[in-house]
Design a protein around this ligand. Structure first.
Ligand code: ADP
Length: 327
């Protein structure tokens, strides 16, 4: 039975075979396994943490391809669900020449959206140590209720609950619906990872390109909740910032040549959870946090150095080797 369970969407990203084109111009697409919580499950497995994935794919070729991919990476998929009603979610994603991402989703509905609360495996969750979830499964019913049911089981069973409220505005009806939806998962989590953009969006505090720690802290405290022990803000090449009720600090990023930043945030979360699970009694201690965030920064940085998310996620040996080489 896995120590860490990741809950949410598992999908195929179709990525153009050439870079710097819009979806209109793209001549052909390559399939890449995707879905933030699934990437985290693979990241954890590669780092040596036993992980399992909960979600739903279509009973179709793409669903089976995704299941095989996770299984090959050592993720437990014994409780993965398959839908006869809807197909595996697809996303066509292109990085245009101007640096903007072009997204097109096939989910009308897709299998992941149909995960129902009665399909949540209670005893499977109860035996784990950590539960991680995202916000895509909170967008519509029945997967919203299934997510909340799974999180409630995790909280009741005393698991460490981790949340990554990924902001994908075009999947929500409006910005306000997105804000409300992202905040639905908020009060359950003792550990939350956000980007500076997500923190600004949720808190209503404007944050510039390179926000100061004091600004991040003020924004975080505006939306702090009673059970929250640690909020970590990812800052791209600058690294990350950790904020607890009493303290805060910056963990500087590593210098790498990024090729594709897809999955960096998910790799970072896997690195963070790896650290937190290895120090269960001390993870929100200001003494431990610089080291934990440094390790997570290294995982995130390495994930940017190769194309794709899952193929780029490093194993523990690669992370250690990379960190030892740093000045
Ligand atoms: P997200 O916005 O998905 O949370 P980020 O792009 O901030 O993710 O990346 C997550 C983490 O990965 C960062 O906190 C950092 O540690 C690392 N990282 C991302 N981009 C770079 C980069 N260009 N150089 C070095 N590290 C990076």
């Amino acid at each position: 039975m896995p120590d860490a369970i990741c809950f949410g969407e598992l999908l195929i990203d179709f990525v153009p075979t050439v870079t710097g084109v819009s979806l209109i111009e793209a001549p052909a697409f390559q399939k890449a396994p995707g879905g933030a919580p699934a990437n985290v499950a693979v990241g954890l497995s590669k780092l040596g943490v036993s992980s399992g994935f909960l979600g739903k794919v279509g009973e179709d070729a793409f669903g089976h391809f995704l299941a095989q991919t996770l299984e090959k990476e050592g993720v437990d998929i014994s409780e993965l669900r398959y839908s006869q009603q809807a197909r595996t979610m697809l996303a066509f994603v292109s990085l245009r020449a101007d640096g903007e991402r072009d997204f097109m989703f096939y989910r009308h509905p897709s299998a992941d959206m149909l995960y129902a609360p009665e399909e949540v495996p209670e005893s499977y969750i109860r035996q784990a140590k950590a539960f991680h979830f995202g916000s895509i499964s909170l967008i519509s019913e029945p997967s919203r209720s299934a997510t909340l049911r799974a999180v409630e089981i995790a909280v009741q069973a005393g698991l460490l609950v981790s949340y990554d409220p990924n902001l994908r505005l075009n999947l929500w009806e409006s910005a306000e619906a997105a804000r409300q939806g992202l905040l639905l998962g908020w009060p359950y989590a003792s550990l939350i990872k956000v980007s500076a953009e997500e923190l600004a969006f949720l808190s209503g505090h404007a944050l510039g390109e390179q926000p100061a720690l004091s600004e991040l802290r003020a924004a975080a405290h505006a939306i702090w909740h009673a059970g929250l022990e640690l909020l970590v803000v990812t800052l791209g090449a600058q690294g990350s910032a950790w904020i607890t009720r009493q303290g805060a600090g910056l963990a500087p990023g590593f210098s790498v040549k990024p090729v594709d930043t897809t999955g960096a945030g998910d790799g970072f979360v896997a690195g963070l959870l790896h650290g937190v699970l290895s120090q269960p009694s001390a993870w929100h201690d200001p003494q431990a946090l610089p080291g934990i965030c440094r390790f997570a920064n290294a995982v995130g940085a390495l994930t940017t150095t190769q194309r794709g998310a899952i193929p780029a996620l490093p194993d523990r040996r690669q992370v250690q080797h990379f960190m030892e080489q740093q000045p």
